[in-house]
Design a protein around this ligand. Sequence first.
Ligand code: NAD
Ligand code: TYD
Length: 339
Amino acid sequence: MTIIVTGGAGFIGSNFIFHMLGKYPDYRIVCLDKLTYAGNLSTLSPVMDNPNFRFVKLDICDREGVYKLFEEEHPGMVVNFAAESHVDRSIENPEVFLQTNILGTQVLMDACRKYGITRYHQVSTDEVYGDLPLDRPDLFFTEETPIHTSSPYSSSKAGADLLVLAYHRTYGLPVTISRCSNNYGPYHFPEKLIPLMIANALNDKPLPVYGKGENVRDWLYVEDHCKAIDLILHKGRVGEVYNIGGHNEMRNIDIVKIICKALGKPESLITFVTDRKGHDMRYAIDPTKIHSELGWLPETKFADGIQKTIAWYLDNRQWWETIISGEYQNYYEKMYGNR
Ligand code: NAD
Ligand code: TYD
């Protein structure tokens, strides 16, 4: 079995590649990644010499390049992680989000139709459902919750999801979609909440919390997400959407305080800054379908996962320090300089 994994030099894709190469010694994994600012080839160095692994630098929007790769590799499955993934960047510049997230998905699925595959899996997000109010803790996103997006990012992911389902209905493409809640863990790019707060705290820099920090996210350890996708690929029903989340809702401010405590840093580093435009209040997944159909349950409790994550950032300073010493500084100044 050859699987093309797109976006494998990013956060979740790289963790997925490690999981698959470790679990299936007979599988060949071909990683296709454009290496945008969010892609990091050094992340994949532990598997670069694995004979079952190949890395190809390629844009999923490059139709000719993608078709050529399919001709060379004859993949049985494609798992599409490649995306522009940061809400704040999508608010600044939506266009590349529409290109990669929607048109790139189309190119991949056209290749799947042309060359034939047994499964195309789209890695999507709970953000396609919009948000939930803080005063209704009884409400959760199910697979039947209507699509109702807030940001250019979530709109582009929703557009891709609709296209994936259309390719299934119109052309019979064997697709599945997973919609996961917020992930955390090793190799998370330090522009996202948890790694940004860890890196800033370690450097005794202010911890910029948007608004009042009351927004709630449903956090899942990245390995649990990877295991869920593995299950969907092997046992999930074609044409179906599966929500992935572990009933682990946390307010942003509480996460930042946990990080301060774990690192022995004062909470006085916390700085409340101007809120994100259109900021979603609460995400919360109902994972009943994936649990009852496929037996998936999250294995890592947040209390353990966050300590493992913090330990990883302490042990791998070079990985994130290299990132934040480059172009990231301009990004940081632009996003937080006058906030
Ligand atoms: P990431 O930003 O860390 O990584 C994205 C990867 O895609 C990078 O390696 C980048 O180089 C690559 N990429 C971007 N544009 C490309 C293109 N045009 N062609 C080829 N490669 C390209 O993102 P992530 O957090 O690992 O997210 C992966 C997927 O999971 C995304 O589709 C995202 O929407 C989804 N998701 C993420 C989360 C989360 O909490 N991070 C939660 C649910 C779903
Ligand atoms: P983020 O990690 O960008 O994920 P998403 O927006 O996809 O959920 O942000 C998580 C939450 O943390 C979100 O409510 C915005 C908030 N946040 C901050 O308060 N400060 C920050 O510097 C960042 C990056 C995020």
